[in-house]
Write a new protein. Structure first.
Length: 541
């Protein structure tokens, strides 16, 4: 009944809780992620720094951490806002997705674990929602491994048949041992290929509570409720102390894990079902704040780490999201559809309800904002790319402190924007763009994520120029004939890019090989390896 009343009040909205959050808070209409994929985007959000500064990018096409059992991850010398606030006496927690690494040298050193980066409490998955977590889902990683295993299987099978024929024709005297071992190896490779989906699900898709694995693999029918219960317990346990809680939803990432209650409810198919369930989850969190008397004491921030995936489709439905008027999507370099994200801040009694900020802002701004609100200091020994948002949120500042923002694809700079404040114009310059089909699914040659370099990107000389103030869809590139300031704008942005690049220091790229390949000695396992099975959520003992 309450949800029906909310929907009527908000004009039959299918996301009444998020809409109410926006109506009661400040909405940012040009809010930007630092990358169009989750691992680098999340690194930037937590540290207030472009991911290239921490090495949370690659140069070889491995754009996110590929496995739990890799040695790459957010470096220990990076400072997150959780670490800074914990030093100020805050109790810090993370519930949900991490995807910023786990181990360095052993399966239990947890050098990249959330508890090593300033969080006192962690409950969730150290990895991410991937197609591998549901064997019936599409997974490029699994498909590539299956191709390689099948090729090896065929080669070994041919070798076994050749040896057998040689023996039968008496062309190869001696023992039958090589034949037997070749046949056994071929059979093993075949079985591994057939069982690859469940094996990867056990390896990557599990739940941890602090340093302990509690569920391997995850039982998705109950994951949503488990995480909400943990959020509630954290808030109840720490309501008397200053706290920081990062609720990192598994929604609305493919595969879309939606509980039975919300399946088939939306007119927009499985994606719409998943969005409606996420909105309900947001409402549950806000209800706990109300019940515990925390609403007026708590700054709430809502966002997404990147735009929707245009390539992911389910029948006639867009399975990976929709980016409205904005061009491109998840993984597509600097196009707005991949990096322009929701931005809502709510703090009743402090921030003005219903305020709309149309200035360029970044998720990296959360770092200096919450650090200063919590009484901490922004680290003086490193470049912080975020800017304190509080004056803009309060309305005491007219403009964002960002004059320029850079848009990377892996370690490659694809685009940059210039907020020319005296003209009220936001210019966007694209130096490189992925080759994709803007009609239909917008796929990049059948790939799930567009490349950042090579023959599947276009280098623009002169660069593409857009005036986002008039053309937010990036549909009409400007030319020297249509824009008198074309050369002046392009040169000013190029100068800003050169200045920015002078501030970069070489660091190891955490997403490149060998730090982003599976290493068996780093594989977390809560049972005898390689079974890796447990369900301590059902039986805590």
């Amino acid at each position: 009944k309450k949800k029906r009343e909310d929907m009527l009040h908000l004009g039959n909205s299918w996301t009444p809780n998020i809409d109410r959050l926006a109506a009661d808070g400040v909405r940012l209409t040009q809010h930007l992620a630092a990358a169009s994929l989750c691992t680098p985007s999340r690194a930037a959000f937590l540290t207030g720094r472009y991911p290239i500064r921490s090495g949370m990018v690659s140069s070889t096409g491995l754009r996110v951490l590929q496995w739990v059992a890799v040695s790459g991850g957010l470096p220990p010398n990076e400072t997150t806002f959780a670490k800074t606030l914990r030093d100020q006496g805050y109790v810090t927690g993370l519930v949900g997705k991490w995807h910023l690494g786990l181990n360095c040298e052993s399966s239990a050193d947890h050098c990249h674990h959330p508890l090593s980066h300033g969080f006192d409490h962690f409950y969730g998955t150290p990895f991410s929602m991937m197609g591998d977590c549901v064997p019936s889902e599409i997974s490029e990683k699994r498909a590539g491994l299956e191709r390689r295993l099948n090729l090896c299987c065929h080669l070994v099978a041919v070798a076994a048949l050749t040896l057998t024929a040689g023996k039968l024709l008496h062309l190869m005297p001696g023992s039958w041992t090589p034949v037997i071992w070749s046949a056994l190896l071929a059979a093993l490779l075949f079985v591994c290929s057939a069982a690859l989906g469940p094996l990867i699900a056990h390896a990557d898709c599990f739940l941890m509570r602090n340093h302990s694995i509690t569920e391997q693999p995850m039982r998705f029918r109950r994951t949503t409720v488990q995480m909400l219960e943990d959020v509630s317990r954290f808030l109840q346990r720490n309501k008397q102390a200053p706290f920081l809680l990062f609720v990192s939803f598994l929604h609305v990432h493919t595969p879309l894990i939606t509980t039975e209650t919300f399946r088939g409810r939306s007119l927009h198919g499985p994606y719409g079902d998943n969005v409606e369930e996420m909105d309900w989850m947001v409402g549950q969190v806000l209800d706990v704040l109300d019940t515990e008397g925390l609403t007026h004491k708590t700054l709430v921030y809502f966002s997404s780490d990147h735009g929707g995936s245009l390539e992911a489709r389910f029948g006639n439905h867009q399975y990976g999201g929709w980016n409205g008027i904005y061009k491109g999507g998840k993984g597509m370099g600097g196009w707005e559809g991949g990096i322009r994200v929701p931005g809502i801040f709510r703090w009743p009694g402090v921030l003005p309800a219903g305020r709309v900020v149309q200035e360029p802002t970044s998720q990296m701004d959360v770092f200096p904002t919450v650090v200063r609100l919590g009484g901490g200091q922004v680290p003086p020994d490193r470049v912080i790319d975020g800017r304190d948002l509080l004056p803009l949120l309060l309305g005491t500042a007219e403009h964002s402190d960002h004059e320029f923002l850079m848009h990377y694809c892996e370690s490659f700079l694809h685009a940059a924007r210039w907020h020319q404040r005296d003209r009220g114009t936001v210019w966007k310059v694209h130096f490189v763009t992925p080759v994709f089909q803007p009609d239909g699914a917008g796929a990049c040659y059948g790939r799930m994520v567009c490349p950042c370099f090579g023959d599947q990107v276009t280098h623009h000389d002169p660069p593409l120029l857009f005036d986002l103030s008039r053309d937010p869809s990036e549909a009409h590139p400007l030319t020297p004939d249509t824009e008198p300031l074309f050369h002046q704008v392009v040169e000013r942005v190029a100068e800003a890019v050169r200045d920015h690049q002078q501030t970069l220091s070489p660091v190891p790229l955490q997403l490149d090989s060998p730090d982003n390949v599976w290493k068996p000695w780093l594989q977390p396992c809560c049972g005898p390896f390689p079974l890796c099975w447990c369900d301590r959520e059902a039986d805590p003992q």
